[in-house]
Design a protein around this ligand. Structure first.
Ligand SMILES: [Zn+2]
Ligand SMILES: [Zn+2]
Length: 260
């Protein structure tokens, strides 16, 4: 995400080659990526971080603990040296005009964070791989104008699905992932009209459907009189297909600039 001229990347779960292709299709050069911020060291979040950091020279920001996790998760020839940047939770870092703050997220990595990006009047919050919405995660979700939040699985699909019991337990435990209904109920109960856009992310391939995730949020919202498409926009992000670019310039009620 970013402005008209530059941006930052959150996580690096796809190959650098694929990332470059998608950026190119959106007329963005990799040299416009000023920084990579990592949420945690699980493979689906760090696949190309070594290449982006050391080959392309993009600074990689993460807490000390997350960096230690990245070190153990990458082959020695992909480790981060010159691109390594240490951040502290709750202390904002400036990347040009973007102010980025990491906050604690409960998940079964050695540490996991979400991010708040503040730019002009916009506050975008990313909260993925969230075991449960604790006080801290809730605090950040509530301040977002634009929210990317996990809706990993549908409870029925997970429990009746083919995953082995240990995996079902891991996913649904307090340090695993968020299910559609937990996300939906929190968003509905805590809704404020300053929230303009919700993107559901990290949907499970086996235990969820984009339509089902959206429907669950929509039904919960409706019980509070909140109308999807009128009061707030809702999109479920696809797993492997890149999304279109979302331009937040024209969001009513927010004086604006462009994000991608
Ligand atoms: Zn994870
Ligand atoms: Zn993940």
């Amino acid at each position: 995400m970013g402005t008209d001229n530059y941006g930052v990347l959150f996580d690096a779960g796809v190959s650098a080659r694929f990332l470059k292709k998608v950026l190119r299709e959106n007329e963005i050069g990799i040299e416009q990526i000023m920084a990579v911020f990592i949420t945690h060291n699980h493979t689906d979040h760090i696949r190309s971080v070594g290449c982006l950091g050391e080959k392309y020279g993009i600074p990689v920001y993460a807490t000390e603990k997350i960096h230690a996790g990245i070190d153990t998760g990458l082959p020695p020839n992909e480790r981060l040296y010159i691109s390594r940047r240490i951040i502290e939770k709750e202390i904002a870092v400036s990347i040009k005009d973007l102010k980025i703050t990491a906050f604690d997220v409960p998940h079964d990595a050695n540490e996991c964070v979400g991010y708040l990006v503040a730019y002009k009047q916009h506050k975008l919050v990313l909260a993925t791989d969230v075991g449960h919405i604790d006080e801290k995660v809730g605090e950040y979700i509530r301040i977002a104008n634009h929210l990317i939040v996990e809706a990993n699985y549908d409870r029925e699909m997970l429990f009746h699905g083919k995953y082995p019991p240990f995996l079902k337990k891991r996913i649904s435990g307090g340090n695993g992932h968020l299910c559609n209904s937990e996300t939906a109920e929190f968003l509905a109960a805590n809704f404020d009209l300053h929230l303009k856009n919700i993107w559901l992310c990290h949907l499970s391939k086996d235990n969820n459907h984009p339509e089902l995730a959206c429907k669950t949020v929509e039904v919960a919202m409706r019980q509070y009189g909140i109308r999807i498409g009128k009061d707030v926009n809702l999109v479920a992000l696809k797993r492997t297909t890149p999304s279109e670019m979302f331009i937040l310039d024209n969001t009513p009620g927010i004086i604006s600039d462009t994000y991608y």
